[in-house]
Structure formats: structure tokens, C-alpha cells
Ligand binder design. Sequence first.
Ligand SMILES: [Zn+2]
Length: 142
Amino acid sequence: MTVHRGDPRTDARHAALRSPLPEPERQLPVDVTWLRRRAKMFAHVAQRPFHLVVDLQAYASATGLAFHSHYVAQVYRGPENARLGVPLMAVNLARVGTREEADRALAHETMHLVVPSYGHKVAAFDRAQLLLDQVGQLDVTA
Ligand SMILES: [Zn+2]
């Protein structure tokens, strides 16, 4: 459930996710304000609210999970017998250099919230791409 370099097939599927942002904007850096607005768009199209957390120490102490510095993003739904009403999504701003990378991470993690059983199968990334496409549609009508 964590985006970081690992299985090469998963990495390739992640890297193939296409951001709907126009080319020049894809390469822009990510700030917290943009990331929060963007995360809300993913939550909206997925109809799955989550709290975005960029303070990784706060995330680690709230969840009891280690958030290693090479991690890009992670979701936490709470323990199996006590799921959180609104899950947490941690994003490591130091690891998302561009809006394109942030879009991939947001889509990937939102997908885990929507279809946790899909793991990192092809279908999981098809779903993540669908979320990106839906966020792109929001852009047009915004
Ligand atoms: Zn994952």
C-alpha cells in the first residue's frame, strides 16, 4: 500500500499512469496548497474522503507505522477491527518533485482506498488511471 521503489512490474505500472494536467503544468513543483486542493479532487471523484497528511512524523505517531524517507505516499485505514471513518493519506512532499508525480501518487493511493483488494494488479492501475481521467474531467468543468 506504499508507493516506493520495489517490484519492477509495480514500478512500471505506476510510472505509466498519465496525469491529465497539460504538459507545462505537469512539471511544476508541488506545494501544500496545490496538493490539498488536488487531493480533494481525487476524494471527490472516488467518493471516498480521506485526510491528507504531509507531516510525516505526525502520521507515524498517529498510525504507529514507520514512514521511511524513501516512501512517496501511504494510506492508513486503521486496524482491521476498528477502521477509521475517514482514512489517512500521507504524502512525502520531498519525494514528489512535480505535479505529475503527485498526481500518480494521489491516484495510486486513492485507488488503494477504493479497491483495497486489487493490490498492485493491472486492474488496480486501470482504476487509478480512471481516477486520473475523472479528475481531468473536473478540470475542464471547474
Ligand atoms: Zn500501492
